[in-house]
Design a protein around this ligand. Structure first.
Ligand code: ZN
Length: 428
């Protein structure tokens, strides 16, 4: 007797290797959670939207959409708005994201922090800058005082959490700052100190990771599954999106391209090693090089400019400022060559540094990248000019990501981490 030949349909099912250590069978609960996340994302991106349109877009039964909508309204993520205008027939009520839910955000940098309040659509209600002490206990106290002053100014809002971005790496399993060459706060339990004072759930992560998440939530990443985001501030940080997942690596340390060695005899870096990419491509390096050029031209007592002032000076034709920033652009391009060769991203997002004068300095970076391609065309470069806004949206995305069901993939065990999803009611 011959064995029946499988039909084409059966054959295409094929076989796929499953990593049984991490495999999760889909229970009806998992399926319901996924459907809920999809519906919430559709409401967020297409609001206001009717239940019928949600049903058409997802292919889910109207009764399923109705029950998910009730759940989301009960969780207070979604509100029912005014009825849609229709020429005839029933006028459906439309669903939107609840505008009274807000997130407190903090962008912690080596010498200052920006604190703000942002709604779930990424709109800012308030922003405030404050100086930060190098001592972690005093620095965190400043931050808490500022947040405590800010929250009562929004009595009609419900605070869903606090997102903090840091110039360092946070271990996803311990939620501790494990590496921060430019901020001496490692080994201090920042999250515990703030959470016990403010009674909001705190999410913290590296600034570059958070900015990449913000691009996924609010930005320009539709359909992009492989990208690198580089932040250029006092240091140089990077975040990697690989096959649609944020790559964190062991202890959250993936993406430290800023500390790749470009020159073993180069200047000392904040990490203690010599010649890291960061000591050539950061805004601090551009300022230092500018001061060096001033000294060489017989003006050793020139005031130290901010990175913004340095760019302005270059735009006004100052030859030392132009030379310092040209050098920074060249080194940015050289570092990006390594990243692009290693990861072959579709998109490179640049945030900070020279992005506010990209017309002038972008071509230097782009020429370096074009020269490095082994095959094909260079990745698309997207620059962010309002860096402060992008960073604070990153802090908001950390809280949204937690509420969305899972945090980013934790590469130390490979599993998405399920988090409690019902937002806590917290009095403003
Ligand atoms: Zn370094």
């Amino acid at each position: 007797m011959s064995t029946p030949i499988p039909t084409h349909r059966q054959r295409t099912k094929g076989m796929q290797r499953i990593d049984l250590a991490y495999a999760e069978l889909a229970s009806s609960e998992v399926v319901r959670d996924i459907n809920r996340d999809v519906v919430l994302e559709l409401i967020r991106t297409r609001q206001p939207i009717s239940r019928a349109d949600l049903s058409r877009s997802t292919g889910l039964q109207p009764s399923t959409i109705s029950s998910i909508a009730e759940q989301l309204i009960g969780e207070r993520w979604v509100i029912e708005g005014p009825a849609a205008i229709r020429p005839r027939g029933r006028r459906p009520t439309l669903l939107s994201i609840n505008p009274s839910m807000v997130i407190v955000v903090a962008d912690v940098r080596p010498d200052q922090a920006i604190v703000g309040v942002v709604d779930l659509n990424g709109r800012f209600l308030q922003r405030e800058a404050l100086p930060l002490a190098a001592d972690p206990e005093r620095g965190v106290r400043n931050l808490i005082t500022c947040i405590e002053r800010l929250m009562p100014k929004h009595p009609d809002k419900s605070f869903e959490g606090l997102g903090i971005i840091l110039p360092g790496r946070v271990d996803p399993s311990t939620e501790q700052l494990v590496l921060a060459p430019n901020l001496p706060w490692a080994r201090y339990d920042i999250k515990k100190a703030i959470q016990s004072a403010i009674k909001l759930q705190v999410e913290m992560d590296n600034d570059a990771n958070a900015c990449l998440l913000a691009e996924l939530w609010f930005g320009r990443m539709e359909g992009v599954r492989n990208a690198v985001l580089v932040t250029i501030t006092e240091g140089v940080g990077a975040a990697i999106l690989a096959n649609g997942q944020l790559l964190t690596g062991r202890s959250g340390l993936a993406g430290e391209f800023g500390h790749l060695c470009l020159d073993p005899n180069g200047p000392i870096c904040g990490c203690g090693r010599k010649g890291c990419w960061e000591v050539f491509a950061s805004t601090r390096s551009a300022i230092n090089h500018f001061l060096e050029l001033r000294k060489q031209s017989g003006r050793p007592n020139s005031p130290v400019p901010s990175s913004f002032e340095l760019i302005n000076m270059a735009e006004n034709g100052d030859p030392d400022a132009i030379a310092a920033l040209n050098r920074q652009a060249l080194y940015m391009g050289q570092g990006l060559r390594i990243i692009v060769t290693a990861l072959s991203p579709e998109v490179v997002l640049l945030n900070g540094g020279l992005t506010s004068a990209w017309d002038r300095f972008g071509p230097i970076v782009e020429a370096e990248l074009a020269d490095s391609m082994l095959s094909g065309t260079p990745p698309r470069i997207i620059v962010t000019s309002d860096v402060e806004l992008a960073r604070l949206r990153g802090a908001a995305a950390l809280v949204l990501q937690r509420h969305a069901g899972y945090s980013k993939s934790n590469a130390s065990d490979g599993k998405p981490i399920r988090r409690p999803r019902n937002p806590k009611k917290t009095a403003a």
